[in-house]
Design a protein. Structure first.
Length: 321
């Protein structure tokens, strides 16, 4: 069965300070998202759609698209304000994209098969793509979806806080996902605790005036924006985005319509069922400028251990695929 990988690469990257998706971090000058595409092809995905800012297309095409066009169908979608409902007028002051739901909708013309979404600036690992592909090909209704969550302790960033969707699971089905911002290791003695296994507890690192500081277990299951849906879910997603815009205050020029919030809203209304198969792999990514050296070191180490070739797209290694 044909399956599509949708790579979300149009974000502004404000904390990183530039187009982090385009940063060359692999031993051979690869972008981080090239490793995800490599793993996706190995797992059986047959199409990749890069969602980009328009000015990024030539560079992505030259850097990766032209190199993989014999291995997988490649498409390029642009996330911009031209792809909005006809009735909506974008505030003149707005420069920020409308979020990941809008990003996927911008690629609608290229999605004719079950699809998965990933962030371009995150490393997911080969097993995650195998798990997702196995779930995608079994989806049988527009109201069914899939996700590959991670273990929170495997997704923290020593450079600063991260946003993760804290998941509640029952018998392999996602029940809810709560976007939680600024998750960090808190070194203060009154918030770092030991759990039963001896690991440090994890704090969201900020004070909530109603609840105090929230402590999260290292074993929490979290979303990394690795979602999977059938192609006939797209109209449902479009309707959700339409309702988001209709309820948007005109002064909210930075508000975004995000995939995990959409999923949680639909789960709460019994409009969607999400099967989840967790990955034990360790995340790393390009959130802050300081992350670049860590990402480069991690990728160099995996190449040295034989997990990836130095040249991902050398023709001879694909001869038997």
């Amino acid at each position: 069965m044909d399956t599509t990988l949708v790579v979300l690469a149009a974000g502004l990257g404000s904390r990183f300070g530039g187009d982090k998706q385009m940063s060359q971090v692999g031993p051979g000058g690869q972008m981080l998202m090239e490793y995800s595409v490599y793993d996706a092809i190995r797992a059986g995905f047959t199409k990749v759609v890069f969602i980009l800012k328009r000015e990024m297309i030539p560079s992505v095409k030259e850097t990766i698209g032209d190199k993989i066009s014999d291995l997988i169908q490649v498409e390029y979608a642009v996330q911009d304000f031209t792809k909005m409902p006809h009735w909506y007028r974008v505030p003149e002051e707005r420069t920020k994209p409308f979020g990941t739901v809008h990003a996927v909708l911008c690629a609608a013309e290229y999605i004719q098969e079950p699809f998965a979404t990933i962030n371009a600036d995150d490393y997911y690992g080969p097993r995650a793509f195998e798990l997702m592909h196995s779930m995608l090909i079994k989806l049988s209704a527009s109201t069914e979806g899939a996700m590959v969550p991670y273990i929170l302790k495997n997704t923290l960033n020593p450079s600063g806080g991260v946003t993760r969707g804290i998941c509640r699971m029952v018998a392999g089905d996602l029940q809810s996902v709560c976007e939680t911002r600024n998750i960090v290791y808190d070194v203060s003695t009154d918030t770092i605790l030991a759990d039963a296994s001896g690991n440090a507890a994890i704090s969201t690192g900020h004070e909530d005036v109603n609840k105090g500081k929230q402590i999260l277990s290292p074993e929490e299951v979290v979303s990394m924006n690795f979602w999977g849906f059938r192609q006939d879910f797209m109209p449902i997603m479009g309707e959700y985005f339409d309702q988001f815009l209709r309820g948007l205050d005109t002064t909210a020029i930075k508000a975004e319509c995000l995939l995990p919030i959409m999923v949680n809203d639909m789960l709460s209304q019994n409009l969607l069922r999400i099967q989840a198969m967790a990955s034990e792999e360790k995340w790393f990514g390009m959130t802050y400028k300081e992350d670049r050296d860590t990402v480069m070191s991690n990728l160099r180490g995996m190449v040295d251990r034989g997990l990836y070739p130095e040249d991902l797209w050398a023709q001879n290694q694909w001869a038997t695929i």
